[in-house]
Design a protein around this ligand. Structure first.
Ligand SMILES: [Zn+2]
Length: 456
């Protein structure tokens, strides 16, 4: 009886609150329709994205290309009619790859396409030549631990999810070194391969010898597995000049339109301007950066004046340090003192493919309002709001209490190209990009311009 009554009561409460939510959102509809139309008709954002990656790609932390890309973005932003454009200095790690190679010597001779993993140490000048132990999991390595001594361990791990499979890229070197391995290799972390190696960050555990760590292709990992299964002895020579130089100077890029009624309340959106040192860093994450920038430009160009401040941040050093995100959070907390007034964060770092909506982390009350806002995107089917989402760069702010969300896209192909030489502009297209712009613009503008502040 009691539970029935409660169910009835909460259903009633829910219907009242969703009435109130649609009341909040309805007045925004005309502006949002203008934003969507202007986003879909624009050529400017897409052309800027193509220019950015063609002239300034890739953009690894510590590289001159990254800093030149930031200069270029800032110069263009200053012509967009924003209230403020500025940069924020950030000290970033400076890892350089240098020349590198993997050669299979036994049982056949072959040069294998490879990429050293970010943060790895290099090899001695003569390289490291050793027998290879092929394992398919950390568990198998533990079972065969005594075979690892003096060898190069190859983790031939089948891709399941990024979160699961990436553990071998992140932690494989220390896992192997604990058992005396002299170097480690991983099958590239990708859901589909055409002999393309994929890089990414890795880390060493304290008090474990630091050994070189590199990715080979899925195809070559499977080839080595087949030889191992036949009982063949495998021998490889790994050569890497990788090294970590002293920290370098980089910058976060920040642009904003100030709120007309509540300028101290901030809605922040963006992506990361740095990339790995391969391909063009088009998908990861120039697309996310330029989509956020273009969304702000379109709001400014339409002379829409949001009640709250809308800020775009292009964070530096997401890939191998997250120093830009940490510095922005420190600045917000200690200097601007706006941490509690960061109303919402939106990050795009999953590629600007066909957008589906956003994934949100925050309260039930805020979630219900965002779902109403999402309905404004029905014309382009990009407004589905689901539970769970955010981004690495807004992560520090979210952990400090800011509601956050990540742009969700049709990401089927994302990991095919991720962190590889194939992350180039031809994998994206203007229509999907413009729809991503429309989606980001709709959510941030609506939250910035509602009568009430989005609840925490
Ligand atoms: Zn990224």
């Amino acid at each position: 009886m009691k539970s029935l009554f409660l169910t009835f009561f909460s259903a009633l409460a829910l219907s009242y609150s969703s009435f109130a939510q649609s009341e909040l959102v309805t007045p925004l509809r005309d502006d949002v329709n203008k934003l969507i139309d202007a986003s879909l008709e624009s050529d400017i954002g897409w052309e800027r994205l193509v220019d950015l990656v063609d002239y300034f790609g890739p953009r690894l932390s510590g590289s001159e290309t990254l800093e030149n890309s930031i200069d270029w973005v800032v110069e263009k932003m200053r012509t967009d009619g924003f209230d403020r454009v500025w940069t924020q200095p950030v000290q970033v790690p400076h890892w350089v790859r240098g020349n590198e190679s993997v050669t299979l010597n036994e049982p056949i001779q072959r040069n294998l396409p490879m990429l050293g993993l970010g943060g790895s140490v290099g090899t001695p000048a003569e390289g490291i030549t050793a027998e290879v132990l092929v394992v398919q999991s950390f568990e198998e390595l533990e079972q065969r631990a005594e075979e690892a001594d003096g060898k190069i361990v190859l983790f031939n791990v089948e891709f399941t999810t990024y979160g699961e499979t990436v553990q071998y890229r992140l932690n494989g070197a220390s896992a192997a070194a604990k058992h005396g391995a002299v170097a480690s290799l991983v099958a590239s972390v990708t859901s589909y391969s055409m002999q393309t190696p994929h890089t990414g960050t890795m880390r060493y555990e304290e008090d474990v010898p630091e050994i070189p760590h590199a990715a080979i292709t899925v195809e070559d990992a499977l080839l080595m597995q087949r030889f191992a299964d036949r009982g063949e002895t495998l021998e490889v020579t790994l050569y890497m000049e990788a090294q970590t130089l002293p920290d370098a100077e980089s910058r976060n890029v920040i642009a904003e339109i100030q709120g007309s009624e509540y300028p101290d309340e901030i809605i922040v959106m963006g992506g990361h301007i740095d990339s790995w040192d391969v391909g063009q860093g088009a998908m990861d994450d120039a697309g996310g950066c330029v989509a956020a920038w273009e969304a702000l430009r379109i709001i400014a160009r339409l002379n829409l004046t949001p009640k709250r401040t809308i800020r775009v941040v292009l964070w530096t050093n997401e890939e191998n340090g997250l120093r830009g995100a940490e510095e922005y959070k420190r600045w917000v907390e200690e200097e601007e003192k706006s941490l509690s007034n960061h109303v919402l964060g939106l990050e795009s770092d999953s590629g600007v493919f066909d957008p589906l909506g956003v994934g949100f982390t925050g309260s039930d009350e805020a979630f219900a309002i965002l779902q109403e806002i999402g309905k404004l995107l029905d014309p382009i089917e990009a407004g589905e709001v689901i539970r769970g989402g955010g981004g690495a760069d807004i992560g520090p702010l979210m952990r400090a209490g800011m509601p956050g969300m990540g742009l969700r896209v049709d990401g089927e192909r994302y990991f095919w190209f991720h962190h590889s030489d194939a992350d180039t502009i031809d994998k994206l297209n203007k229509e999907d990009f413009n729809e991503s712009v429309a989606t980001m613009a709709t959510f941030v503008y609506s939250v910035a311009n509602m009568e009430v502040r989005l609840p925490r």
